[in-house]
Design a protein around this ligand. Sequence first.
Ligand SMILES: [Zn+2]
Length: 149
Amino acid sequence: MDCKFASNPLDQLFVTQKFGERPEFYRKYGMAGHNGVDFRTKFPDTPLGRREIYAVDDGIVSKVVIAKLGGYGTYVQITHCDGSMTIYGHQYNPHVVVGQAVKAGQIIGISDNTGDSTGPHLHFGYRRANANMNNGYKGYVDPMPYFKN
Ligand SMILES: [Zn+2]
């Protein structure tokens, strides 16, 4: 996955918080700012913000955490074939288990407002293979250039 993601993580990408924003808030996590991108999940057809989340590329589910409070809350991490990984935070209900192979565009869960979150949204994080873990964002980079549109 060294160019674009094969799929988007939601059927519409409406950014509510960009990468690197709010450094004062993310200091408690030891980061220079927001280490991903937040997308709106509350739309007229999903008034509770519970929207289908899709794997952005083929991979293996490497982590599933169920948590109401703190950080990403309930989240799924996928490791892709090139060693990069993606994270899908603040979920309601993951639809995958650790070790499961997923395809680009496959539903991996439903979004919500779990964890350190003030409203329903999807937090999407992207860490490339051999990432610089000291880049101020724990290796994460801005995923926006990797979306198809
Ligand atoms: Zn976020």
